[in-house]
Design a protein around this ligand. Structure first.
Ligand SMILES: Cc1ncc(COP(=O)(O)O)c(C=O)c1O
Length: 397
């Protein structure tokens, strides 16, 4: 592990190369969360009924500045899956309408689109090449799947199985020109990439704070463009629906209270922003650049070991990188996509080599991939160890 690992509670016996799945929260942020929880439990009514609204405003302001958005257009949601579901379940597509996504989309969120199939809505899945030569291939694949019935597109900012940075700004603009709204699933974007939600301009953008921002688990946001806010309701209808208050918009009142819950993950977002931003003298920009450089060099270790060319140009990856596994050639393409939580190779890596790194399934050939994550606590020697372990397990030595 790298020097900065001292701030995390990660098991020092394990090379943890899977920040991407669930994030990992550093100790100073967890300590801030404990203090907030202690304050809440000392006087729950004071905290939840009287102070929370102002605390949410402060946390939202810090987040808005970081992701370049107007705080008025941000709502806290517990995770990106909820953010995507909030939008999809608020909309009422008609039979025959088409909802567009790609075969790199996160399985859970594609399932959310499919929920509308029961009323005769069609989910169209554009095939984006993998390996891929450049962002133009993503744009061609997505625009090539648009028809006059396309109503909404769900596009990932950073794809889960393949770790690709999609050119979302251009895709949103080109879809917008055709009258199609986009939900950007930016689960991995905040803290991995310099982000301007405003410039991307999507009708809907959701992002996690518990992944690359390292907030406690259960912190994410949904940004809804002002002109779409009257269509979007939270997954849970609560007091805000008939509140007589006029000092705040309905969007704010509805999303800020969806029943009693622990709000401390959201309230820790400013702490996480400050702490991660203080790790290196160059702040967040240096951290993101360092993580990207580490993902690139880690990917090179793996590509050399597996004797495969890099499957995507460097500018299409952030701090996640996927590499096709050579033993996938015989596998037929299949519909499944997503993390395989206990793949035999993943199990061997953990049990024999003490390395945590996900083996993913992708619907088209090459079907099996290994995905690496590079976060502040990682170091290059960990990726060299993974490369050596893969050569042993795949009998490439
Ligand atoms: C692209 C994408 N969307 C959504 C998610 C789901 O995130 P969460 O479990 O925080 O909802 C992930 C998780 O890895 C993801 O990669």
């Amino acid at each position: 592990m790298g020097d900065l690992a001292r701030y995390w509670n990660l098991d020092p016996e394990i090379d943890f190369l899977n920040h991407g799945s669930f994030g990992a929260c550093p100790r100073p942020v967890l300590e801030a969360q404990s203090e907030l929880r202690a304050r809440m439990e000392r006087q729950p009514v004071q905290f939840l009924a009287r102070e929370l609204e102002g605390l949410f405003d402060d946390a939202r302001a810090a987040l808005a500045q970081f992701v370049d958005a107007d705080p008025e257009d941000l709502a806290f949601v517990p995770n990106a899956t909820s953010g995507v579901n909030t939008v999809i379940r608020s909309l009422e597509p008609q039979p025959g309408d088409e909802l567009l996504t790609t075969d790199h989309a996160y399985n859970a969120c594609r399932n959310a689109l499919r929920w509308h199939e029961r009323r005769g809505v069609k989910v169209v899945v554009a095939a984006v090449p993998w390996p891929i030569a450049g962002p133009g291939q993503v744009i061609d694949a997505v625009l090539g799947a648009v028809t006059p019935r396309t109503r909404l597109a769900l596009l990932d900012h950073v794809t889960s199985p393949t770790g690709l940075v999609f050119p979302v700004e251009e895709m949103v603009r080109r879809l917008d020109e055709r009258g199609i709204d986009t939900i950007v699933d930016g689960a991995h974007a905040p803290g991995m990439l310099p982000l301007s939600v405003r410039r991307i301009g999507a009708a809907y953008f959701t992002g996690n704070c518990h992944k690359w921002l390292c907030a406690p688990k259960g912190a994410a946001f949904l940004h809804v463009r002002r002109d779409r806010q009257d269509r979007i309701r939270p997954l849970v209808i609560s007091h805000g629906a008939n509140s007589p208050r006029t000092d705040r918009p309905r969007f704010r009142l509805e999303f800020d209270w969806t029943g009693t819950d622990d709000p401390t993950p959201f309230l820790c977002v400013p702490h996480a922003l400050r702490f991660l931003g203080s790790l290196l003298s160059g702040g967040w920009a240096e951290l993101m650049g360092r993580n990207h450089a580490l993902a690139v060099s880690g990917r090179k270790h793996l590509c050399d070991a597996l004797r495969v060319p890099p499957p995507a140009p460097e500018q299409m990856i952030g701090s996640l990188a996927s590499i096709p596994l050579p033993d996938a050639k015989g596998d037929p393409p299949g519909p499944t996509s997503g993390v395989v939580l206990w793949h035999p190779l993943q199990r061997a890596l953990l049990e024999k080599h003490r390395i945590e790194g996900p083996v993913m399934l992708f619907p088209a050939w090459p079907r099996q991939l290994i995905r690496i994550s590079a976060q502040a606590y990682n170091s290059e020697d960990q990726f060299a160890r993974l490369a050596a372990a893969l050569r042993t397990e795949l009998q490439l030595a």
